[in-house]
Design a protein around this ligand. Structure first.
Ligand code: HEM
Length: 157
């Protein structure tokens, strides 16, 4: 538990397996999406899916595999440099993950989904900024973020 007395978002999601299902559903949609598929020529590899699922698990309060084995924030940053993500692509990315959470039967309570969408809105805007060609003002080192429930935690009685 990261927030006093509350399960982490990772625990609430049901652990790593449901998150991997969400990421798989997401990239299946991305591969068929005219706005997003061009980022992944040849399709989205199993390794990429696994790495991004590890990132999400860590952000939501689960195991720190991405930091321990993948190089953490700096590796994630490197992957977005120069991608030149446009606003319409950012929006499609975020809204597609919301659909993928439905595909994967993640908990659908408003509190959990609001927390996920909050992270997506934040993360995709950072990714878009980090992807500007030639950007020389990026935050180069930071911890992998840990996201929480924010202002709307679950009502546990
Ligand atoms: C919440 C927002 C986002 C998160 C959490 C995220 C997460 C990640 C992570 C962790 C990686 C590296 C995987 C590895 O270690 O192998 C990655 C790579 C990548 N991301 Fe994102 N990303 C986000 C937003 C975006 C957006 C908005 C786009 C494009 C529309 C995008 C496109 C890509 C691409 C193309 C790669 C692979 C680049 C390469 O292999 O060279 N990401 N992402």
């Amino acid at each position: 538990m990261d927030e006093a007395g509350l399960p982490t978002l990772f625990e609430w999601a049901g652990g790593g397996e449901p998150l991997r299902r969400m990421i798989d559903a997401f990239y299946d949609r991305v591969e068929a999406d005219p706005l997003l598929s061009g980022f992944f020529p040849g399709g989205v590899s199993q390794a990429h899916r696994r790495h991004v699922a590890d990132w999400w698990a860590e952000v939501l309060g689960g195991p720190t595999t991405y930091t321990d084995e993948r190089g953490g924030y700096a590796t994630m940053l490197d992957h977005h440099r120069g991608l030149n993500i446009q606003p319409g692509q950012r929006h499609r990315f975020a809204s597609t993950m919301s659909l993928a959470a439905d595909d994967a039967d993640l908990p659908a309570d408003p509190e959990f989904r609001a927390a996920i969408i909050g992270y997506l809105e934040w993360g995709t805007r950072l990714a878009m900024g980090n992807s500007r060609p030639g950007a020389d003002d990026l935050v180069e080192q930071a911890p992998v973020p840990r996201w929480g429930w924010g202002v709307a935690p679950p009502w546990l009685g």
